[in-house]
Design a protein. Structure first.
Length: 176
């Protein structure tokens, strides 16, 4: 009976140790994979949040320029080409006042992360002095997170290459 008790106290067998290490390795790799997925998800959410900030800033800038333009020339019913180069509801116009935005949402000509384009549709003309324009703003950035050289050319949608965020606003060009 003493020999039997003594054998139990010797420790674990090699098979038990190997099985425990295998389970520990599998669990550890699963935790590492979940952490990697969480980091990627957070980076993607951070880019989406920054894109929303850039797009809303662009819309604010567009609305401010229309207020200044409207006050300066109230008798002209045609919006300035700098703000609305094409009003056909189909053409995506590259941002005319900037070449792009950096990761912090500031306008820049180097290390461009976000590009902005807008498409405009004239919704209503009242007399000769007022018009209502719908502006669809598209903010896009590369899936690979590489910087852009510039944002001066219109880009066709390509989900394999770019991420997109679309925002819409309605602008009244002149208030009589």
């Amino acid at each position: 009976m003493t020999a039997h008790v003594h054998r139990r106290n010797r420790g674990y067998t090699v098979a038990e140790v190997m099985m425990g290490m295998a389970l520990f390795a599998i669990t550890g790799s699963g935790v590492i994979a979940m952490e990697t997925a969480a980091i990627r998800g957070n980076a993607s959410a951070r880019r989406m949040d920054q894109a929303a900030i850039v797009g809303n800033g662009y819309i604010d800038k567009m609305q401010k320029s229309l207020v200044v333009w409207s006050l300066a020339s109230p008798v002209t019913a045609v919006p300035p080409a700098a703000v609305y180069p094409t009003i056909d509801g189909a053409t995506w116009n590259p941002a005319s006042s900037t070449t792009g935005y950096d990761i912090a949402g500031f306008e820049t000509t180097t290390d461009i992360v976000f590009c902005v384009q807008h498409r405009d549709t004239q919704l209503q003309v009242i007399g000769a002095n007022a018009s209502v324009i719908r502006s669809d703003v598209m903010v896009y950035w590369k899936v690979t997170q590489d910087p852009f050289a510039n944002c001066t050319a219109a880009v066709a949608p390509n989900l394999a290459t770019y991420h997109y965020l679309y925002l819409t606003t309605v602008n009244k060009v002149y208030q009589p």
